[in-house]
Design a protein around this ligand. Sequence first.
Ligand SMILES: [Zn+2]
Length: 190
Amino acid sequence: MQQRNSIRIELPDWIDAVLAARETCGLDETGRMRLVLDLARANIRADLGGGPFAAAIFERHSGRLVAPGVNLVVASCCSIAHAEMVAIGLAQQRLGYFDLRQAVPGGCELFTSAEPCAMCMGAIPWAGIGRVVIGARDSDVRAIGFDEGHKPVDWIAGYARRGIEVTRDLLRAESAQILREYAEAGGAIY
Ligand SMILES: [Zn+2]
């Protein structure tokens, strides 16, 4: 096997076309989640191995998109390439700060089409994200067979103690519908 000394996780080319066709600045809360759900749908259309998940980092005060993310586990052959992790890593590298609080006055927020799994839940605080906004619930994700890992039942209270706000159920029905459509179309479950 060829030895690699780097990790390469690259967003697909269609991302730019999807974003070019819509507003990415000054979005209200629903607009931010709609952008994320559009990316999740596009990720399924592009490749059933892509997974029905998307996320994005926004500047909290302006609603400007900092970085999008889609699930790229299969495409990049890398289990850490969940949508939230991709959006976080891209935002950090675009802005040049691993702690996003230092990069953006007023902080950043992460919008995600589905509740973060155990890995992403653990990673979010290290990125300096001030708020997480979630579409589908953990139970919606597990209902189509994805493993979310072991999460403390009081993880939202744990976030609150760190000063991270969590808002759930924003466009939940629409987000859960995307998950079901993916499963019904025979998308890979991992
Ligand atoms: Zn995850």
